[in-house]
Design a protein around this ligand. Sequence first.
Ligand SMILES: [Zn+2]
Ligand SMILES: [Zn+2]
Length: 138
Amino acid sequence: MFAKHPILGNVKIEWKKCQTKNQACVWCGELMDKGFHEAMLTQEVKGKKVNLWVHAGCLYSLGEALQTDHPQMMCSRIKKNKSAGGIKCLHCDEAIRKNARVVTLDNSSDHIKMAKSIQIHEDCSSDFGHRLQNPIVK
Ligand SMILES: [Zn+2]
Ligand SMILES: [Zn+2]
């Protein structure tokens, strides 16, 4: 059976064939290889869809980090900060209010110039990480 979404019920994460070599994996920072099925995270920011990639093989480690209190110590593309608001959480799909405490994933290793980031409520981070460790296999 082909699973479209690594986490049951979360349509913001998809197994998708990567079409670019200019984007890097959030976890390991290595550029993605074109033509492989990897995990694509999508979030709508001010009406625009933003996406980030994670290698299938890196989901477990990213998930593990997100279950710790200091994931930002384990990866430079993870930050703990306050949100500017106006978006919905990658995990629970509820609104993230301005100044809410969030975990932010970003694309600072990408070769493309546009800065992109995706946010998760700080309180959702651990549960999200747990689910990433047990994805539905593509
Ligand atoms: Zn990776
Ligand atoms: Zn949330």
